[in-house]
Design a binder for this molecule. Structure first.
Ligand code: CMP
Length: 139
């Protein structure tokens, strides 16, 4: 059982493809309450910092380029067991492996351009939420 908040981003591919509304509808229909949300664009510096944990990975440069190429929607979501339930709702990182009906299965195009982010732990949900919503008591 995880805590009651998680952090998400609707990534540039899903924004470009016009899926913001459909993805937010799936999120709220699944019982998540949106407690903070913004439409924004990451700088290279922001993306390098946000994804610092992946900096040694071969796809890091590609990931930074992708996440900065257009606007995103960042949000903090509330629900019992938020981290685990949200990861179930979005599906596997690779959309080809994501379960039927999940957000990535429906809207992602590849392992890199996978439509949405979901925090992988309560600790990271707090760090990631604070990264985007500093100055607010969000966690
Ligand atoms: P996410 O899990 O939200 O955060 C890390 C991101 O790195 C992941 O989504 C993908 O967008 C990206 N990523 C993970 N694995 C690969 C890969 N093999 N090739 C390219 N990008 C990847």
């Amino acid at each position: 059982m995880t805590g009651n908040r998680t952090f998400t981003m609707i990534k540039p591919d899903a924004v470009e493809n016009g899926h913001i509304g459909a993805i937010l509808e799936k999120i709220t229909a699944a019982g998540f309450k949106i407690v903070a949300m913004k439409y924004t664009q990451l700088s290279k510096r922001d993306a390098r910092e946000f994804y610092a944990v992946h900096k040694e990975r071969p796809f890091f440069g590609e990931l930074v380029d992708f996440m900065t190429r257009g606007p995103i929607v960042a949000a903090i979501l509330e629900k019992d067991n938020a981290v685990d339930d949200f990861r179930a709702l979005i599906g596997a990182t690779n959309p080809a492996e994501a379960a039927e009906g999940t957000i990535r299965r429906l809207y992602a195009t590849s392992i890199g351009e996978n439509a949405v982010h979901g925090s992988d732990s309560d600790e990271n949900a707090g760090i990631e939420g604070a990264f985007h919503f500093s100055g607010r008591e969000v966690f």
